[in-house]
Design a protein. Structure first.
Length: 232
C-alpha cells in the first residue's frame, strides 16, 4: 500500500462536484411487512457504472472511504446489523491490491418491530456513502439518499379485537348461555333448583349426573328424602 499513498491524494480532486459523473445508484427493496416481535432482512441492490469500482467495507487503507450504509430507525422499526458483501481484489497500478465492489452487489440490513408496535406505515431514511475510482484515478467520497418503506401489520395469531382491547376501547365478548337442568316438577314447586354435574345417565357409579341440592336439609327430610350431598 505504500505506493498508493503519494499518488491517490492528488487524484481525489480530479473531478469537482459540478463535473461528477453518475457512478452509483441504489435500488431499494419493495415495501416490507413486519409484525410485532418479527425481524426481516431488507436487501438493497447497488449498481456501479461500468469502468468504475467503489471501496469495499472495510476499505483496504485508512485514507480510502469504505462503502457505508446508514439508516435511522424509530420507535416502531428498529435497525439492526448491516451485512456487506465479500470484497473483490483489484490490482492497482504499482502492485498493491485493493478491496472493491463493482457491477451489482447487495447490502442487507436487519429490521425488526418491538412488541408494542401497532399497525402503521413508515419510511426509514438514510444514505449510502462511497468512494468511486477508475483504473487510474479516484473521485472524492460522495453519498446517495436511501429510503426503506416498512408496513407494520397485525401479528400472526392476533386479531383487531386483541389490539382494541389492549388500547382500552374494547368490549368484552358475550359468552354463550348454558342451559341448566331444573330438575323435577316437585323440585321446581318447592323452589329447590338442583345443579347437575355432567356425567350422563346412570348415576355417578355409572358415569351419571349428580344433583346438588340448593335447599336446606330440613326441607329435604320433610319431603321424605335425605339431604343431598354437597360437592366441592
Amino acid at each position: 500500500m505504500k505506493l498508493l499513498v503519494p499518488a491517490l491524494p492528488a487524484l481525489l480532486a480530479l473531478w469537482g462536484p459540478s463535473a461528477r459523473p453518475q457512478v452509483l445508484t441504489v435500488e431499494p427493496p419493495d415495501a416490507m411487512e413486519l409484525g410485532p416481535l418479527q425481524m426481516e432482512q431488507a436487501a438493497l441492490t447497488v449498481i456501479v457504472a461500468e469502468g468504475y469500482h467503489v471501496q469495499a467495507n472495510p476499505a483496504s487503507a485508512d485514507f480510502l472511504a469504505p462503502t457505508e450504509l446508514r439508516v435511522e430507525g424509530n420507535e416502531a422499526v428498529r435497525v439492526g446489523k448491516i451485512i456487506y458483501p465479500a470484497a473483490k481484489p483489484l490490482r492497482w497500478k504499482g502492485g498493491s491490491d485493493l478491496s472493491v465492489y463493482d457491477g451489482r452487489f447487495v447490502i442487507s440490513i436487519a429490521l425488526s418491530a418491538p412488541a408494542s408496535a401497532r399497525k402503521s406505515e413508515h419510511v426509514l431514511r438514510g444514505s449510502l456513502r462511497y468512494q468511486a475510482c477508475t483504473a487510474t484515478a479516484c473521485l472524492a467520497p460522495a453519498s446517495v439518499p436511501v429510503a426503506l418503506s416498512v408496513h407494520i401489520v397485525t401479528a400472526r395469531g392476533r386479531t383487531d379485537w386483541d389490539d382494541t382491547m389492549e388500547g382500552g376501547g374494547g368490549r368484552l365478548p358475550t359468552l354463550p348461555k348454558r342451559r341448566l337442568n331444573r330438575g323435577s316438577k316437585a323440585s321446581r314447586a318447592s323452589g329447590h333448583t338442583p345443579a347437575r354435574v355432567p356425567g350422563g345417565a346412570g348415576g355417578p357409579a355409572n358415569g351419571g349426573d349428580v344433583q346438588v341440592g340448593s335447599g336446606s336439609g330440613a326441607a329435604d327430610r320433610a319431603r321424605g328424602g335425605r339431604p343431598a350431598a354437597s360437592h366441592r
